[in-house]
Unconditional design. Structure first.
Lengths: 149, 230
C-alpha cells in the first residue's frame, strides 16, 4: 500500500513537471515565433534603407502597421516568468526582475511603429528617420534583455 | 652597450606603418562596437580594413625584408622552450625573439579570425555582415558568440603584448617600443644576412592595394539578402 502510494505520487509529480515544462516550452516557442514574424515584416524596410530593394512607401506603411499590431503581443507572451525553466531561451531573467521597464520598451516600439506609419506620408527622409527610431527601440530591448551570444 | 654600436635598421617602414594601422583598426573597432547602432557601419569598415591588413601581413611574411619574414622569426618549439626557460640569460634578439615570433603570428591569426567571423553575423535588427545570408541563423549565432569571445582573447593578448614589450624596453633596456617607431635597435648584428637596408615600399604598396582589392571584392560580390514581401 505504502509502496503503491509512493509510486503514484512519483508518477503524479513527473506528470505535473512535464505538463509545466510543456507549457513553458509552448510559451517560449510562441515568443520566438512572434519575434520572427516581426522580423519578417521589418526585413524589407531594412532592405530599402540599405538600397537593396527599391523604396516603396506603401509597403513600408503596410509593414510598419503590421509591426505596430504585433508589438503589443510581446508583453502578452512575456507576462509569464519562465526564467526558472531549463528550456533554451535567450530571454534574460532581468525581464521579470524589471518587467515595468520591459513593458515600457515594448510600448515605445509600438508607438514608434505607428510613428513610422504616419511618417510615410511625409516623404523618404522623414520615413527613414522614423525607421531608425523604431530600430533603436528594438535594439534597446535586445541590449538589456536578450542573452548576448 | 659599446659605443661603436650604432642603431641598425630592423623593421622596414611598411611593417611599422602596418603595426600602427592595426592598432588604429583594433581601437576603432572596439570603440565603434561599444558606441552603438549609429556606429555599426564604421565598425564594418574597421573590420574590413583589419582583414586587409592581416592579408597584407601574411604576404609580407614571405615578401618583406629580413626581419619581417617568417623564415627569420619562426623557430623550432625547442628553441622557444629554451628561450622561455631563461629569457634573462638570452642574448637580445635582433628581430622577434623566439617566443615573440610565434606570438606575432598568433595575434595576426586571431585578428584574421575575428574579422572573418564578423562577415557572417548580424545584430538581428538592422545590420548584417556581407555573408550573413550564406549561413544558417544558428551558424550565424554561433559565429556571433565567437566574435564576442575572440575579442576578449584579443584584449588579453594585447595586454600581454604591451606588458612584454614594456619589460623588454624598460627592464632589459632593449628599446623595443622605440624600435616600432623609428625601426632601429642598437645592437651587434650577428651576420650580414640580418642587415636591413631597404624598405621595399613600392612592393608593400602593391601588396596592400592587392589585399584591399581582395577584401573589397569579397564584400562587393556578396549575395544580397532576399526579403519576403506580402
Amino acid at each position: 500500500m505504502i509502496r503503491s502510494t509512493m509510486i503514484f505520487a512519483l508518477l503524479v509529480s513527473f506528470a505535473s513537471t512535464s505538463w509545466a515544462d510543456e507549457r513553458t516550452q509552448k510559451t517560449i516557442e510562441a515568443r520566438q515565433g512572434l519575434l520572427k514574424v516581426v522580423a519578417q515584416y521589418f526585413g524589407p524596410i531594412v532592405g530599402m534603407a540599405k538600397g537593396q530593394i527599391p523604396y516603396d512607401a506603401e509597403l513600408i506603411e503596410k509593414n510598419a502597421g503590421k509591426v505596430a499590431e504585433l508589438a503589443p503581443m510581446i508583453t502578452d507572451l512575456f507576462a509569464q516568468d519562465t526564467s526558472a525553466s531549463d528550456y533554451a531561451t535567450e530571454a534574460k531573467a532581468d525581464i521579470w526582475a524589471d518587467y515595468d521597464d520591459f513593458s515600457a520598451k515594448a510600448v515605445t516600439t509600438t508607438e514608434r511603429a505607428n510613428a513610422l506609419v504616419a511618417a510615410t506620408a511625409e516623404g523618404r527622409g522623414a520615413t527613414m528617420k522614423a525607421f531608425g527610431a523604431l530600430g533603436s527601440s528594438c535594439k534597446s530591448c535586445h541590449d538589456s534583455y536578450r542573452q548576448k551570444k | 652597450m659599446r659605443s661603436d654600436q650604432r642603431p641598425q635598421l630592423i623593421w622596414d617602414l611598411p611593417l611599422r606603418l602596418w603595426h600602427w594601422a592595426l592598432v588604429v583598426c583594433l581601437a576603432g573597432s572596439w570603440i565603434t562596437a561599444e558606441a552603438g547602432f549609429d556606429w555599426t557601419t564604421t565598425h564594418f569598415y574597421f573590420g574590413y580594413s583589419a582583414l586587409a591588413l592581416v592579408l597584407f601581413r601574411l604576404a609580407w611574411g614571405l615578401l618583406g625584408t629580413f626581419h619581417s619574414r617568417y623564415a627569420s622569426f619562426l623557430t623550432s618549439p625547442k628553441r622557444v622552450l629554451t628561450y622561455l626557460r631563461r629569457p634573462n640569460g638570452a642574448k637580445p634578439s635582433t628581430g622577434h625573439n623566439p617566443l615573440g615570433g610565434w606570438a606575432s603570428v598568433a595575434i595576426v591569426v586571431l585578428i584574421g579570425l575575428q574579422a572573418s567571423s564578423g562577415l557572417f553575423i548580424s545584430d538581428d535588427i538592422f545590420y548584417a555582415g556581407p555573408y550573413n545570408t550564406v549561413v544558417s541563423g544558428s551558424t550565424a549565432d554561433w559565429l556571433a558568440g565567437w566574435h564576442h569571445q575572440l575579442f576578449t582573447l584579443i584584449q588579453i593578448t594585447v595586454v600581454a603584448h604591451v606588458l612584454a614589450v614594456s619589460w623588454y624596453t624598460w627592464g632589459r633596456k632593449e628599446g623595443l617600443i622605440q624600435a616600432m617607431f623609428h625601426g632601429k635597435k642598437v645592437l651587434k648584428i650577428r651576420s650580414t644576412e640580418e642587415t636591413v637596408n631597404e624598405h621595399r615600399g613600392m612592393r608593400a604598396l602593391l601588396l596592400l592595394a592587392l589585399a584591399a582589392a581582395v577584401v573589397a571584392t569579397l564584400v562587393y560580390v556578396a549575395p544580397l539578402p532576399e526579403y519576403d514581401v506580402y
